[in-house]
Design a protein around this ligand. Sequence first.
Ligand SMILES: Nc1ncnc2c1ncn2[C@@H]1O[C@H](COP(=O)(O)OP(=O)(O)OP(=O)(O)O)[C@@H](O)[C@H]1O
Ligand SMILES: [Mg+2]
Length: 260
Amino acid sequence: MRIISISNHKGGVGKTATAHALGYALAWEGLRVLLVDVDPQASLTQACGVTDAGGSSLAEAIGGAAPGRLRLADALRPMGDNAPVLAPADIALAACELGLSQRMGRERVLSKILEPLAPRFDICLIDCPPSLGLLTVNALAAAGGVICPTQPQAADLRGLRLFLETLDLIRAELNPALDLIGILATFYDGRLNHHRAALEAMQRAGLPVLPVTIGRSVRVAEAAGAGMAISTYAPENPRAGEYKELAELVREWLRKRAAD
Ligand SMILES: Nc1ncnc2c1ncn2[C@@H]1O[C@H](COP(=O)(O)OP(=O)(O)OP(=O)(O)O)[C@@H](O)[C@H]1O
Ligand SMILES: [Mg+2]
């Protein structure tokens, strides 16, 4: 099982929408996909239509200052045929994060609880919270790759540098093999000068900008509200095609990794 974290400490850049749509796109193509919601806001859990995870969620599997009492396998929620399996989050994760700071091996707790699930899945996508706290550090320590969604505008690019520095720190201290799969421009509108300029600035700076961008469409938010994947909610919407292209890039990354 390869693990990819969808991460950026900036809020509202499309991390959850990406994890959700990409998870469904990969599962539709026959991969066994595990979606892990590491955000106490539980937006991915809600987008998957799960509202009753309290008491049996990732929070109880992670634990806090003491190890969790639940096996993650017992918290999993299958989303149906050719669909991902969800490890749901709950607001209790916020308390976990506080407790974790006192825990021995606190950065590798998620990695350890995911390990027994490895034979059951081809790929695991982790939806990170908008912070650089211990839950995000756990997600980055567990992952082989990172996709960093970002809005293509100057203010977000400054924040992006801080995130990239964090990745360097994680590589140096915890996870040398962590690969930045790419930066994903979200809410992208090619008609806007400042969007095009931001994308070009990232490319000029030698940043690994992915060759697919995700445009803005109210259908993405509607699909999440309905607990559905964009690919089934609005299959003709251009966003469904863009996420499909992203899934193809991820499959290429998986093939490359398998050959390494
Ligand atoms: N391509 C899109 N077009 C239009 N709306 C979108 C798109 N992607 C996401 N959204 C909406 O924008 C809001 C923020 O997106 P999302 O929750 O995916 O961001 P996030 O980075 O996970 O946020 P947070 O940092 O709070 O976790 C949500 O209401 C979501 O439904
Ligand atoms: Mg989110």
